[in-house]
Design a protein around this ligand. Sequence first.
Ligand code: PLP
Length: 389
Amino acid sequence: MSSQINRREWLKSSALLTAGLTLGTTGLQTVAAKNKAVERLRQLNYTLESKLAIDLPPLRARLFANENPFGPSPKAKKAIIDAIAMSYQYPFLAMRDLQKMIADKEGVSMEQILMGAGSSELLLSAAIIYAAKGGHIVTADPSYMDLIETAAELGASIEKVPLDVTYTHDLGAMEKKITAKTSLVYICNPNNPTGTILPADKLRAFCETVSKKVPIFIDEAYIDYADPAKTASMIECVRKGQNVIIARTFSKLHAFAGLRVGYVIAQPEVIKLLGKYASGGSDMSATSIQGAMASYQDAEYMIYAKTQNTTSKEFLYQTLKAEGYEYVPSHTNFVIFPLKMQATKFRDEMMKRGVGVRSWEFAGKQWCRISIGTLDDMKIFASAFKELS
Ligand code: PLP
């Protein structure tokens, strides 16, 4: 989706700007890099605005960005409103409180957490770090490409390992692609765009062996949606001292996509490295921080949002089955299914009907990825889909 691509590009420019400022060897070089990055930022901002105005018709169902339409929690909303009065102050202390809350819950130290205004800036920082000096990154294909594409643009070589026949990461094949040059392994669990998960024991064993050779970055943006009996967060590997980096975000189950809160958990020396090109949480607003603290403690609301997601997802499954379509069973708030027409054409036809979805092409098939919306959203999708299927 153009808006997503541009958000990524925009963040990337900011990161490149930071990189230019920090890495320039002379003052002049630094200024040149900064000017170039600022110019690029200007162009991208322009593109973002114009694309949004031109490309996106008014949508009746916005199902392309894997947002959570049921949140944020009422307690989070109240905390945000209450935080406005004090938001003339920089929220350094509150940011530390949120970090401490996460550290205590996850059983890690404060030095093992890096906060961010969303996890994207942390992925970009990782891209800069692990692309450096001829980096080589092993990833699954298809997967979430933000970190990978940025690293590639910064000169890293990328080894894309196809998913297996169940559209899940092929850890054995990925391990075989690791060489002496490999600087990072990127794993998205659950995987975007397939919604598949890796069983906890398999991933645990992979981390145990592979992290001795190379750092493993696990993007757990959607882990809150997954059944804990079927997969698990690998923060436990960080606790065991392994070189594993976990990225988490409040954008999905917590419904904070527009509020921007994310974090990374890793070994202290890795946190220091990643902190070189990220805001370290100083770009988060006072309101977002207070909202995140309230949301983090609101287990009841998380169950509610998950249940709503499941109800809408079941409705979608029934719709697809009734029209004779298959789908990849999903452990997230989105579902991917193979199409019977060209994916971009399907996406455009759905757009014309006011339904925003994403298109994909892999494993020799055309695919639609649809985010889970409210039941009303899914009914709007269903009626538009029936016209095309
Ligand atoms: N990681 C994955 C797998 C995602 O799908 C997304 C957003 O869609 C992100 C990270 C970025 O999330 P944010 O920057 O909102 O925390």
